[in-house]
Design a binder for this molecule. Sequence first.
Ligand SMILES: [Fe+2]
Ligand SMILES: [Fe+2]
Length: 321
Amino acid sequence: MKLQKFFARAVELGIEADPRGKEALKKMLKKQKEKYDKLEAKDKPFFDTERLWNPFGDSRIINGTGEEEIRCIAVGIDIEVPEMLLIDRLREKGKKIDAVMIHHPEGRALADLEQVMPLQVDVLMQSGVSVTRAEAQMRPRMDRIRRSIHADNLFRTERTAELLGIPAFNCHTITDNLVWQFMEKTICKKEYDNLDELLKAIREIPEYTAYAKKGNPPLLVNGSGSGRTGKIVASEFTGGTNGPEEFLEEQARAGVGTILSMHVTEKTLDEAKKHHVNMVQCSHMASDAIGINLLLDKLSKEEKRLDVLEIAGFIRVKRNA
Ligand SMILES: [Fe+2]
Ligand SMILES: [Fe+2]
């Protein structure tokens, strides 16, 4: 399959799992088109035309024309300059690698990371949080993220890929949406006698099992194992990066008892303690791997010869779905 087609399918699958819903995303893309059409010619080069079809600011092809035929892909959670050199080294030794799929954003996908954050508002709305309160709390957090990323040296990995001739693409919120949906369905919707039981259920998911065996199990960072779970939500799985810590109080008020998170910040943990919300820090890498695996399972049905090389934190687990 050609890289552009492969990536476009990934975007479609990310849209299908998005908490904002397909229709809202269609509307969002339409508004981008209207905005683009109204621009003066001198401003058009500054508009990112990727936004006319792909609603995920943190997911894009960062090197390549899209015309490359891809069958063997290296897949990693954090791919930076060292991993690009590793891929080049492996290719030099004869390993076939047509492209690299990166989870945590690099290049422009990182520059535009904050664009996906509003979807966290929709995730919270699903547990009963007020949309206006969540939006108001989200804005300053998005500004902070934008300012902080703006100062980064954004294009080192991208440039390395260009120089080494390695086609590369980012799938961030696309696969985080898939793991969010999966956790909501397979973990949050079920009932558990206590938190210990919940943790055991999480650990039974193969990616968590593998990471737990290596000393990186799901951790109960707030709450006691014998305590009840209350309403469980996976509200810290998708949406670019952590939301504002005020979200903790909002969720507590909306009746949330336990939050599943990929990674818990210290400020969020303090708020969880203050508002008596249990928190499970699921293994970050295992969680990201689940989302990527769910995407690869679907894409493998379309590109039957797809061959995956696991690097940089990623482990491949195949499901029959
Ligand atoms: Fe992720
Ligand atoms: Fe991550």
